[in-house]
Design a protein around this ligand. Structure first.
Ligand code: HEC
Ligand code: HEC
Length: 307
């Protein structure tokens, strides 16, 4: 608080409390003119109603004195009087910090028994899965979707979700996806060719001749991150370009834009906000779902293959 506002607040408080104290004592002393019949002489309704004078009830006087004392005591003990910190040195930041510490301690106890198990094991524990689901919905769903299905700019976590260590590492430390822009390097035609090649990688409709030309360029420029087979590099955050799961859309226009202008997805780090215990619960939930989805996808194929 700047000095000006501190003084401003101080003056307001002093004059308010000063006025209250003044009225308190002045009120007991002031003489109200009383007529011979013990009333003020004010009369209504043709004299049927007359205003008499009564002493202030004692409880009322005591209550107001007590509230004055509480107000002054509060201002001495706690922050409130401008930038004066109060003799107790209480701050809301400190109270929040204490509450968080207490919370972390309770959660620590709760999670302690899960610490000894790897994520693979946790993904079979229904209590851990419930924690994971809850934590995911609270912290991750806003970007990655309630079923981790992803959305524009946010990868689906169903694809790599089975890899517990990868999810834990990525979620703990965050990640900045760096897909450099290639427009200036490859030119419009080059971008278009390589975009057609990317479409071919995922089996989407494409122009055969252009895709063919794009393959050479891809081998020169893109393999460092996306791999020779286009299957990506998890550690770099370079997505698999063959799996039909797109972060920024799989139509020619979106793929072209990704390649021409580059992309920079930002995944925040959760180390300090959630910590490893909770992130591991989320990873377990993601793994459980990824494996379940995979089994469901495989099922019809297996059924069709059966004689
Ligand atoms: C503010 C939005 C946002 C939130 C919230 C968020 N993420 Fe992410 N996450 C991203 C983005 C963007 C990426 C892609 C980063 C990149 O391009 O490298 C990503 C990537 C990931 C990846 C890597 C996916 C892959 O296949 O490469 C994992 C795993 C992940 N997030 C897990 C989580 C978890 C767990 C949480 C919750 C604790 C979470 N994220 C919360 C935005 C978010
Ligand atoms: C330096 C490493 C790097 C190089 C080289 C690179 N990429 Fe990428 N690429 C990435 C990363 C990281 C992402 C994810 C960006 C994000 O999540 O925001 C990405 C994303 C993409 C996407 C979007 C995928 C989606 O799911 O929407 C396409 C398409 C793509 N790259 C194609 C290419 C092509 C084609 C080349 C070569 C001309 C190339 N990349 C070269 C790292 C790279």
């Amino acid at each position: 608080m700047s000095l000006f506002w501190s003084i401003y607040v101080g003056v307001l408080i002093t004059s308010n409390i000063g006025l209250a104290i003044f009225l308190y004592f002045y009120g007991t002393r002031v003489k109200i003119p009383i007529e011979g019949d013990g009333t003020t002489g004010h009369a209504w309704d043709g004299g049927k109603l007359r205003e008499s004078v009564r002493r202030l009830p004692r409880w009322w006087a005591i209550m107001s004195l007590a509230s004055l004392a509480v107000a002054i005591g509060y201002l001495v003990l706690f922050p409130g009087f401008g930038s004066y910190k109060g003799v107790l040195g209480w701050t809301s930041e400190q109270q929040v910090a204490e509450a968080r510490e207490e919370n972390a301690r309770k959660l620590g106890e709760l999670f302690a028994r899960y610490r000894q198990y790897p994520v693979d094991r946790l993904s079979q524990d229904h209590v851990a899965l419930q924690y994971g689901d809850r934590l995911f919905q609270d912290n991750c769903a806003a970007c990655h979707g309630t079923k981790a299905e992803g959305g524009y700019g946010f990868p689906a976590l169903t694809v790599n979700g089975d890899d517990g260590d990868f999810v834990v590492a990525t979620a703990m430390n965050g990640r900045d996806g760096v897909m450099p822009p290639w427009g200036a390097v490859l030119g419009d035609q080059g971008v278009n060719e390589v975009a057609n090649y990317v479409l071919r990688l995922s089996g989407a409709p494409h122009d055969t001749a252009r895709a063919q030309a794009g393959e050479t360029r891809f081998k020169e420029t893109c393999v460092a991150c996306h791999g020779a087979d286009g299957k990506g590099n998890k550690a770099l955050g370079a997505p698999d370009l063959t799996d039909r799961s797109w972060i920024y859309g799989g139509e020619l226009a979106s793929v072209t834009q990704s390649i021409r202008d580059g992309r920079n997805g930002h995944m925040p780090a959760w180390k300090d906000r959630l910590g490893e215990d909770q992130v591991r619960m989320i990873a377990a939930w993601l793994r459980h779902n990824a494996l379940r989805d995979r089994a469901q996808q495989a099922a019809p194929v297996a059924a069709a293959a059966a004689p």
